[in-house]
Design a protein around this ligand. Structure first.
Ligand SMILES: [Zn+2]
Length: 170
């Protein structure tokens, strides 16, 4: 999936859910972290449950080291949400979900097709080896993605402005 959508969609959900916006923004890079493997040539290891677990442990240690233990629960929840949302948005492409314990890749598919003109949900799973790891290698940023990024940018600016107004009035 497009990088912009990976960033924008989970962030919008968190903002709508009323999560601390500063924290949501601070941890936003986690939403795209699994795709950064492509620049390090270890992409296969980045879409796995083990990687997510390791990142969350690291996040906890950083939070404790920065003496922000008070917010640990919320920060970890946001981090976990971003990372799992990434996998969710990548559904349909091959991911080595259990790397490094297994190089097997899985592509979960959910499609709605017409069967005798009746819309039917079809769930499926394809398996492949690591050689089939091509996911996300196409466009990093599409026109739609750019549009979403601009949209989210304006939402952030708006929220900041609104926040300032609230302080002035209060
Ligand atoms: Zn990805």
């Amino acid at each position: 999936m497009d990088a912009a959508l990976h960033l924008a969609l989970p962030f919008i959900f968190l903002v709508l859910a009323g999560v601390n916006k500063k924290h949501a923004l601070m941890l936003l890079p986690l939403a795209i972290l699994p795709d950064l493997g492509r620049f390090l040539y270890i992409r296969k290891g980045f879409h796995s449950f083990f990687f997510i677990f390791a990142v969350l442990v690291a996040l906890y240690l950083i939070v404790v080291a920065m003496k922000r233990k008070k917010h640990a629960k919320e920060l970890l929840a946001i981090g976990a949400f971003y990372l799992f949302a990434h996998l969710l948005l990548d559904l349909g492409s091959f991911m080595a979900l259990f790397y490094p314990f297994s190089g097997q890749t899985y592509a979960l598919q959910a499609r709605i097709v017409l069967v005798d003109l009746i819309p039917t949900l079809i769930l499926g799973m394809e398996q492949g080896g690591l050689s089939e790891l091509e996911q996300g290698i196409g466009g990093v940023l599409s026109e739609q993605g750019l549009g979403v990024l601009v949209l989210v940018g304006s939402i952030i600016v708006y929220l900041k402005y609104k926040g300032k107004e609230a302080i002035k009035l209060g």
